[in-house]
Design a binder for this molecule. Structure first.
Ligand SMILES: [Zn+2]
Length: 155
């Protein structure tokens, strides 16, 4: 058994779609990034790569590569899982937390989990997503960005 941790944060800006866990969420702002800026999926990729000792998402999917411009991050997760499989690693479980003052994420969690299950090939029961606000504190509390943390266990 090996564990890995992942953390990511993106800035909220006007004129972008908000994508979390591969699900578009209706909101007046979206996350800024080279890809679709899916902060939750990026944290999950980093946790999986960390557990497998394969570095981080920036090494494998650099934000300077036009190939990844506006890419759906679920494709990055699928690519990450393929790399783990090649190393003989199987995912045991994923636990994650999204830090966002707004919007409310809980109505979309079911769809987010099934997106992640589809890419990772593991049962939804082994994928957990939590959400919390920052009680108005700091950059996330002021609505300037959204962050995510993830822990993954692999076998
Ligand atoms: Zn990211």
């Amino acid at each position: 058994m090996r564990v890995g941790i992942g953390y990511d944060i993106h800035r909220l800006v006007d004129g972008r779609r908000l994508i979390l866990g591969g699900k578009e969420i209706p909101f007046e702002k979206g996350l800024l990034g080279h890809s679709d800026a899916d902060v939750l999926i990026h944290a999950i990729c980093d946790a999986l790569l960390g557990a497998a000792g394969l570095g981080d998402i920036g090494i494998h999917f650099p934000d300077t590569d036009p190939l990844y411009k506006d890419i759906c991050s679920l494709e990055l997760l699928t690519g990450t899982c393929a790399m783990l499989k090649k190393e003989g690693c199987a995912i045991n479980n994923i636990d994650s937390t999204v830090f966002a003052e707004r919007p409310k994420i809980s109505p979309y969690m079911g769809e987010m989990r099934s997106n992640i299950a589809r890419c990772t090939g593991i049962d939804e029961r082994f994928i957990n997503i939590k959400a919390t606000t920052m009680e108005g504190l700091g950059i996330i509390g002021k609505g300037e960005g959204i962050a995510a943390m993830c822990i993954a266990m692999i076998v």
